[in-house]
Design a protein around this ligand. Structure first.
Ligand code: TRP
Length: 334
């Protein structure tokens, strides 16, 4: 059930988390459990309230944040080559499914070049943001049926059956925000969601010079700092917290051993904070770990791909190998 053209071209539905209250409760339980840990931690999926999604769009415009523009500039060429590749494979129609779709900037060059896409499904945790972005996309592609689904793509998703070949789209190196075990789970779930003989187009950030990496996650205009701290504002608002944002600082460091950027919020003083009636102690210098962004050499990433039952069909590398895009195919034999 989808419609096309006009301002109501976008069909919205709630994927999982059908009741808002279930999600609120999950947020509360996750936050409290995270703050009780010895190394306090919060799940990055909670960055993306309306304000967080806006900050994220600002990050993408930063000079220091190379992944966004690098991937975006690769995609037209990627999509042109995909068009040829699919012709060779006798694939003539595609159901495109974007995970963590956000503002839908990345799918535009793909849709522009890859004319065989017959249907587009966008899944994102931030429903209102996605709906607005989908309506804008519908204006640019009036003949394309578009569905916007609010949902948590870290969980299995049920797609409406389609005659077209499913292709997942997971740009932005969001897969790097999972630890390798979770990334493997995601790849396996995506294979289940998309089915046999499906494809997955993935953007994966590569290992590189430490300074370049750290600058990308700690920009000079402090947008990333505001993005990181916004999770505390959200806790204050939604869970009756009393975090004082001026008493925390944003930290981004490259952990070379684990091959990941770590983002933390570091307490500047000894303090205590109350959230949903529970009190948490912070020592000066103690951090809340808010996000990882793993970086992979293509060969290293290929081990996850193979373990999850996918096969890499194509690999595109940006100049100096600062970012990679790859096409995976689900193997027929399992
Ligand atoms: N997945 C991207 C990355 O790791 C985008 C991203 C997620 C990000 N969270 C972020 C970028 C926080 C900057 C700061 O790069």
């Amino acid at each position: 059930m989808h419609t096309s053209a006009g301002s109501s071209a976008v069909c919205a539905w709630q994927n999982n988390n059908k009741k808002g209250c279930k999600m609120d409760n999950e947020f509360k339980e996750d936050v409290l459990a995270g703050l009780r840990l010895t190394q306090k931690a919060l799940s990055p999926k909670y960055f993306y309230d309306a304000q967080g999604s806006k900050y994220f769009d600002q990050i993408c415009q930063l000079e220091e944040y190379y992944p966004y523009r690098t991937e975006l500039s690769l995609l037209p060429e990627v999509a042109r080559e995909l068009q040829d590749y699919f012709h060779q494979q006798s694939v003539d129609s595609i159901q495109l499914v974007e995970f963590g779709a956000g503002s839908l900037h990345k799918v535009k060059p793909v849709l522009q070049e890859l004319k065989m896409v017959k249907e587009f499904i966008a899944i994102d945790i931030s429903g209102a943001h996605l709906q607005a972005a989908s309506e804008e996309l519908a204006e640019a592609f009036p003949d394309l049926p578009i569905k916007a689904a609010q949902g948590d793509f870290t969980k299995p998703i049920e797609l409406a059956p389609s005659d077209a070949t499913p292709m997942g789209f997971f740009p932005g190196s969001t897969i790097g925000n999972f630890d390798p075990g979770e990334a493997l789970d995601f790849l396996r779930n995506a294979r289940t969601t998309l089915g046999k003989d499906s494809y997955l187009l993935l953007g994966v950030d590569t290992k590189k010079d430490q300074q370049m990496l750290e600058d990308a996650y700690d920009d000079s205009s402090n947008v990333t700092a505001r993005f990181n701290k916004n999770i505390l504002t959200r806790i204050n608002r939604e869970l009756n917290g009393n975090f004082d944002l001026s008493q925390f600082e944003h930290v981004a460091i490259y952990n070379e051993e684990l091959g990941r950027i770590e983002m933390h919020l570091r307490s500047l003083v000894d303090q205590q904070v109350t959230v949903a009636g529970e009190t948490f102690q912070f020592k000066q210098g103690e951090t809340i770990h808010t996000e990882n962004s793993y970086k992979y050499h293509p060969d290293e990433f290929d081990e996850l791909v193979t373990a999850a039952g996918w096969k890499r069909e194509c690999l595109w590398l940006a100049p100096d190998a600062i970012f990679s895009v790859m096409l995976l195919h689900s193997k027929e034999d399992n």
